[in-house]
Design a protein around this ligand. Structure first.
Ligand code: M6R
Length: 607
């Protein structure tokens, strides 16, 4: 999603803004721009595509000025081209924006009728014109910004600069996050603390509905009604060191390889390896006594939640209601009186997940979140945060966050089961022992990389792929399909293996590889029957199983990937590795932009 940066400095700000925008690249974008104010003149450079294109323009035609705003744009209204790229201008006003102005068409008609001329197809340009109108009506810059912001509907974060004032930036938050950074005679605005880390770790987050007038040496924050409010300053723990790829070709490859270490680190925070027990949890959610658990998330985090449902229900006999957050937030589902709700999000900023959280809060649920970004809005609005310790995830395709989310969910399910008395102390120890082996097995799975690379060469030739799995490997099949789609652009679907004959089997012919995720477990034989059905129709099977599974299935496959023999509990975590590698290498053979695939954003802060 769009990234915002603003700086009022004592030195030329354009290069600083570009550096900060680089730190927001992980969010996904398709154009970028910077505007500065110099000697009473607003000027800008904008470019379609990567930040390198913008840097080239700035190199050829630099921007002077000690105050400026910058933006990476992920297109919502209007195609990604230079004209639609931010910052937008109207008269004395320049604006960058993340989000969607829902009433922009109505406002644009009104402004056009008053003589405003629009140059882009964006919703953002109405904000510039609206503020400019208020200035022309005699309002001060701060009054004009407030009057205009009050008329906007939707979700937005804004940074606003005026030609007439080189010591003022306005920042406004209505949905997507915005942070103010405090420096020594300098001030900053950014979509997150990561962008501001090279300049300061002294951060004030705006609350939803807040807007702020920021000067070099001071700032004032106001609520929606315009009343001054105090917001706490905090020391951000975000590192200023830009995360590098190291020896890896892509961040995604690096992040896949980091999994054993990150999973270990995550588990050590939830499990006591000396006693083989799940560690006691923050008491805000008493997993021992709650009647139901609701889980909501999007994309990969949702698939992690689905796997978590199997664990909570099977081990702890705790019923779980789960839905994707974009449905959950509007379903008005009844929630248990004595219930808790868990929200899973790598970024902690996903708009739909946050809205589901707020729905559950309004229904009196205790709120827990499983997040990677501990300073995120979802974390801050939770009663209890269960951090994953995955470190920064830069690749748009989530990999290590997924397996670390699973590590946390498995740990919570074991703890819940122990507290509810649905497993004995001896069983708890056995499960914790199994979980403690995850990193080792994951490392073994990574050794299959060369073999998986070879198989991916063939996958890169096809148009469609089907993934099948049962039990916890069913959500993993959907995750596999999502991974392949998002980075290789090959059409893929994940199905419950037993569902195949209820429709999708009609698709089977020798052009569609069918990837079957099937460790030799309780229900392996059932999956073998489904594979027979595929084989009988000429389907080409890529079987991911263990030695025992390969021997028992004894059938002709296109390829068989032999995994280590792992306990059933941790299979979806370990089997995630070949699934991720298959998608990764297929995308590499397709020559796509693996880390920043087309049309995708890392942090989805609009609905
Ligand atoms: O930051 P979140 O975990 O809330 O993001 C949720 C989804 O947008 C995310 O998992 C998305 O599906 C990934 N691109 C998947 O690889």
């Amino acid at each position: 999603m769009c990234g915002i940066v603003g700086i009022i400095g004592r030195r030329p700000v354009a290069p600083l803004i570009v550096d900060a925008l680089k730190r927001l690249e992980y969010r996904g974008y398709d154009s970028a721009g910077v505007a500065t104010l110099n000697d009473g003149v607003l000027d800008r450079r904008r470019a379609e595509g990567k930040l390198g294109n913008l840097e080239k323009k700035l190199g050829e035609d630099p921007l002077e000025g000690r105050i400026g705003i910058g933006h990476t744009r992920w297109a919502t209204h209007g195609v990604p081209n230079e004209t639609n790229a931010h910052p937008h201008f109207a008269g004395d006003v320049s604006v960058v924006h993340n989000g969607i102005i829902e009433n922009f068409a109505e406002l644009r008609d009104e402004l056009r009728a008053q003589g405003s001329e629009f140059h882009s197809q964006t919703d953002t340009e109405v904000v510039c014109h609206l503020i400019q109108r208020e200035l022309e009506n005699g309002k001060s810059e701060i009054e004009a910004a407030h009057a205009a912001i009050s008329r906007l509907q939707g979700a937005f974060a804004l940074a606003i600069m005026f030609r007439t004032n080189d010591d003022l930036l306005i920042a406004a938050r209505h949905g997507p996050p915005l942070a103010i950074g405090h420096g020594d005679g300098e001030a900053y605005v950014g979509s997150d603390a990561i962008a501001l880390a090279p300049f300061t770790n002294d951060i004030t987050y705006l609350d939803d509905g807040d807007w702020a007038a920021i000067h070099r040496d001071s700032f004032e924050i106001f609520d929606e009604a315009g009343n001054p409010v105090e917001r706490s300053r905090q020391k951000s723990t975000t590192t200023a060191i830009l995360v590098e790829k190291g020896n890896h070709r892509h961040f995604m490859e690096k992040e896949i390889h980091e999994q054993p270490e990150m999973i270990s680190h995550t588990l050590s925070n939830y499990l006591d390896f000396s006693k083989y027990e799940a560690r006691p949890l923050n008491a805000a959610i008493d997993f021992g006594t709650i009647d139901r658990l609701a889980i909501s998330a999007c994309g990969t985090a949702y698939y992690a939640g689905l796997i978590g449902k199997y664990w909570f229900e099977r081990l702890a006999r705790l019923p779980v209601d789960i839905d994707v957050a974009s449905e959950f937030r509007y379903r008005e589902m009844p929630l248990a009186k004595n219930g808790a709700a868990l929200f899973i999000s790598q970024s902690g900023e996903t708009a739909d997940t946050l809205a589901s959280l707020r729905y559950c809060r309004s229904q009196g649920q205790i709120i827990g979140s499983i997040v990677n970004a501990r300073e995120s809005t979802i974390a801050r609005e939770s009663d209890v945060v269960f951090p994953i310790f995955a470190g920064p995830e830069i690749g748009v395709a989530s990999t290590k966050a997924f397996t670390c989310q699973l590590a946390v969910l498995a740990s919570l399910a074991i703890r819940a089961a122990a507290k509810r008395g649905t497993i004995s102390p001896a069983q708890e120890k056995a499960f914790v022992r199994e979980l403690s082996e995850t990193a080792r097995y994951t490392r073994m799975a990574l050794k299959l990389e060369n073999r998986i690379e070879e198989i991916s060469r063939e996958l890169a030739q096809v148009k469609d792929v089907l993934y099948l799995g049962r039990d916890t490997n069913y959500p993993l099949a959907m995750e596999g399909a999502l991974k392949l789609k998002e980075i290789s652009y090959i059409h893929a679907e994940g199905y419950a293996a037993g569902e195949l004959k209820h429709g999708p089997i009609a698709l089977i012919d020798d052009s569609i590889p069918v990837i079957v995720i099937a460790p030799h477990d309780r229900i392996f034989e059932k999956t073998v029957s489904n594979m027979q059905e595929v084989a009988a129709r000429g389907g080409r099977i890529i079987l991911i199983t263990d030695e025992k599974g390969a021997a028992t299935a004894s059938m002709q496959t296109m390829e068989t990937i032999i995994m280590p023999d792992v306990p059933e509990l941790i299979a979806p975590i370990v089997y995630a590795v070949p699934i991720q590698l298959l998608a990764y290498y297929t995308a590499v053979f397709m020559g796509t932009d693996v880390d920043q695939p087309r049309n995708l954003a890392k942090s989805v802060t609009v609905e």
